[in-house]
Write a protein that binds this ligand. Sequence first.
Ligand SMILES: Cc1cc2nc3c(=O)[nH]c(=O)nc-3n(C[C@H](O)[C@H](O)[C@H](O)COP(=O)(O)OP(=O)(O)OC[C@H]3O[C@@H](n4cnc5c(N)ncnc54)[C@H](O)[C@@H]3O)c2cc1C
Length: 242
Amino acid sequence: MTDSPAPSFRSDMTVELVKHSAADTDVLWAARVSTAGEQSLDELKKDPERSKGLINYLMRDRHGSPFEHNSMTFFISAPLFVFREFHRHRVGWSYNEESGRYRQLQPVFYVPDESRKLVQQGRPGKYEFVEGTPEQHKLTVEAMEDTYRTAYARYGELLEAGVAREVARAVLPVGLYSSMYATCNARSLMHFLGLRTQHEQAKVPSFPQREIEMVGELMEQRWAELMPLTYAAFNANGRVAP
Ligand SMILES: Cc1cc2nc3c(=O)[nH]c(=O)nc-3n(C[C@H](O)[C@H](O)[C@H](O)COP(=O)(O)OP(=O)(O)OC[C@H]3O[C@@H](n4cnc5c(N)ncnc54)[C@H](O)[C@@H]3O)c2cc1C
C-alpha cells in the first residue's frame, strides 16, 4: 500500500500566481463609480497623473474598499509551520490545502540554507537575527535531517501496519512541506505584507519569521507587476493596508 520515497530536503518557498483579475483600473472604477459612473477601463491611460493621485489619496486616507474589487489566486509550497502562521490571516482570504487524510504525505522537508540567520538576539517584539557559525548551521541541518528521516520512516511503518493516514501523520514534524491555494485581494494582501514582511518604507515595523516573509516577498513581486500604481502608493504611504 505504501510506496515510501526517500526524504528530500529544500530551503526555498515557491509561489505561483495561477489566476488573477487584478489591475489598478479596478481600484479607479470602484472609487469613481459612486460619483461619475465612469466604468471605462481606459481611465488609466486617459489621465495617468489623475489616476495615480486618486489611488494615492485612497491609500493615504485609508479608503480601503476600492482595493477589494480584484482577485489573485496563488499556489504556494511551504513548510507546515509557515502555513500555520499564514492561516491566521482570516479576512479577505480563501484557502485550500492538500490533505494528510486523503493521501500519503510526501517526504519533502525544510532545512535552512546558509543565508538563513540562525541566532536570535534581543527582547520579545524587537528581535534581531544574526548569522550562525558554520558549526551551528551544520548541527541544525543534521538534527533536522535525522529527525525527518526517522519520523518519515515511522510514518511509513504505521501506514504499512494499516493505521489510518489521519492518525499516522501525527508523527511528522512541522518542517514538512505542504501546498495550498490561497486567494486574496489587494487589500487583504497589503494587510498580510504589512505584517509578514520587513521593508525600509514600513511606517510600522513588524518582525516576521523569515520563512513566511520569503513567501510574502514572492507574492509581493507578482502583485507589484499587476497593480504598479497601487503597489507604489502602498510603499509611499508606509506599507499600511488601507
Ligand atoms: C510578527 C508576528 C508575530 C505574531 N505572534 C503571534 C503569537 O505569538 N501568537 C499568536 O497567537 N499569534 C501571533 N501572531 C498572529 C497575529 O496575532 C494575527 O493573528 C495575524 O497577524 C493575523 O492578523 P489579523 O488578525 O490582523 O488578520 P486578519 O485575520 O486577516 O484580520 C484582518 C483585520 O480584520 C479585523 N478583524 C479580524 N477579525 C476580527 C475580530 N474577530 N474582531 C475584530 N476585528 C477583527 C482586524 O482589524 C484585523 O486586523 C503574530 C503575527 C505577527 C505578524
